[in-house]
Design a protein around this ligand. Structure first.
Ligand SMILES: Cc1cc2nc3c(=O)[nH]c(=O)nc-3n(C[C@H](O)[C@H](O)[C@H](O)COP(=O)(O)O)c2cc1C
Length: 192
């Protein structure tokens, strides 16, 4: 059986923080025999932000090439996973920079009439952590992803939240969050 492809965008600056722990927990249930996982680290990649130059209005490409590999992996992906903490009710800036670069898919769809701009359909999961107990930021981020995914042939099917990390610390993932992450991964894998 051919392996499925999972593309992960990791959006925390802390390699051992809560986001990393939540992602690791999710990935525990992804069978490496069945799924090839490719991870892009938004902070380490230091990707260029979108400059609204208009290049992608007439070409299926970006004027910056630092995300070409991400684009190739995205087109090949069956599953897309976004793992990011809440920063000021939104995505951390380096993660948002990658998302703004997805503007090329809006332009492909609406400026060039390519439908769908990305051929292979995908299911997505959003894994997020936040210091407070206020879920508003996570909800806002979910909405942002849903909007972007409308032109990426991608359906957001799973959202896993780990709240109030600033009170409880990030050493131990709460059992109910662990369970939700495991369930999301298993449900995602069931979907072919
Ligand atoms: C710049 C910054 C902004 C933050 N903004 C929020 C916020 O709006 N709401 C919230 O609940 N927590 C906020 N936090 C707390 C983080 O979401 C929390 O510490 C989380 O565990 C960080 O993820 P990490 O452990 O993967 O680094 C913020 C933290 C930082 C550093």
């Amino acid at each position: 059986m051919e392996k499925k492809n999972m593309l992960v965008l990791f959006g925390s600056p802390r390699p051992h923080g809560a986001t990393a722990r939540l992602l690791q927990t999710f990935l525990q249930k992804i069978d490496p025999e069945a799924v090839r996982v490719t991870t892009f680290d938004a902070y380490r990649g230091n990707y260029h932000p979108c400059t609204a130059c208009g290049y992608c209005q007439t070409r299926e490409a970006c004027v910056f090439h630092d995300l070409d590999e991400f684009d190739r992996e995205l087109r090949a992906a069956d599953y897309l996973v976004i793992a990011a903490p809440v920063y000021h009710m939104s995505f951390p800036a380096p993660c948002k920079a990658v998302m703004d670069r997805w503007q090329r898919y809006f332009e492909a769809r609406f400026a060039m009439g390519i439908r769908p701009p990305i051929e292979k359909p995908k299911t997505a999961a959003f894994l997020t952590v936040y210091g407070s107990s206020n879920p508003e930021g996570a909800h806002m981020m979910t909405r942002q992803l849903e909007l972007a995914f409308t032109v990426m042939n991608t359906k957001l099917e799973h959202v896993v939240e780990w709240p109030h990390t600033d009170q409880t610390g990030t050493a131990e993932i709460p059992p109910e969050v662990m369970e939700k992450a495991h369930q999301a991964a298993l449900a995602m894998m069931e979907k072919t």
